[in-house]
Ligand binder design. Structure first.
Ligand code: ZN
Length: 269
């Protein structure tokens, strides 16, 4: 049994503009967010009547090897208690507009757990989430443009994550993510995507940090149908099997990481 936890930011889908959310919006952008979020909520619900991450969870729950728990930002401790992380073999992370709402204490809790052996699968816009950036040490910045045709090429056909995946997979509509993608050199570039605008992107990359395995995977823009695509879903379940811990460092801690008051600074404009 592989214990999978799906962490979901859930701001756009739920439409919850809490005071904490508003406080972290960069200066001058609040009015724009107030208009954009309700529209975005409608579009996500149209594309994913069961919910964006619930659609993924439903698929994964059909696999008798997976035990799936769903948590989100609005739960106490962002849903990521020490107890839950200790019982998580692989953590999936989807986030977009509220990365700063995850306190550093929680982000470093995830980092330490990955270093201890937990698998980590950041999806799509999680490329700038705190755990992603803190684990990899680069900014995670990239180019982007909404709404483009995407062809995902399998670049490492012998890799376990590509098991049962064809040479290429077409997505009728996905957000374009383009190079340069500011990441450390991947252990393996498993997928490379091409967009009709001509851009290419390292869309499936692996790393290890400590005992933990990491797989970043690009598809999953909230208003695109990618999590209805059987190949995309299969890639994620392959990645869960690949990322499950070979060994966990019990009672692993890194007491020299002290969370600084810097993390509480006001968001930059
Ligand atoms: Zn997106």
């Amino acid at each position: 049994m592989i214990r999978v936890t799906i962490w979901y930011e859930y701001v756009q889908e739920s439409g919850q503009m809490t005071p904490e959310f508003e406080a972290q919006v960069p200066e001058g952008q609040l009015e724009g967010f107030r208009q954009w979020i309700p529209e975005s909520t409608k579009k996500i619900r149209r594309q994913y009547p069961d919910g964006l991450m619930e659609t993924l969870a439903k698929y994964l729950r059909k696999d008798p090897e997976f035990e799936v728990t769903s948590v989100n930002l609005f739960m106490p401790e962002c849903g990521l208690t020490e107890e839950l992380l200790e019982k998580t073999d692989v953590l999936i992370w989807w986030a977009h507009i509220a990365h700063r709402m995850v306190p550093d204490e929680i982000a470093y809790r995830v980092v330490r757990r990955v270093q201890a052996g937990m698998g980590f699968i950041p999806l799509h816009s999680a490329h700038q989430s705190k755990p992603f950036v803190y684990l990899l040490g680069t900014s995670g910045t990239l180019k982007w443009r909404e709404g483009d045709f995407c062809r995902i090429w399998t670049a490492a056909p012998a890799h376990p994550i590509t098991e049962g995946i064809p040479e290429s997979v077409d997505l009728i509509e996905e957000e374009m993510y383009g190079e340069p993608f500011d990441i450390p050199k991947p252990d393996e570039t498993v997928f490379i995507s091409w967009y009709s605008g001509g851009e290419v992107f390292r869309s499936g990359c692996t790393w290890t940090r400590g005992y933990g395995k990491i797989f970043y995977f690009q598809p999953g823009h909230e208003t695109s149908p990618s999590y209805h695509n059987p190949h995309v879903l299969k890639i994620i379940s392959n990645a869960i099997r690949w990322a499950q811990p070979a060994k966990i460092r019990e009672n692993f801690d890194c007491p020299n990481i002290v969370v600084s008051p810097e993390s509480l600074r006001k968001p930059r404009a």
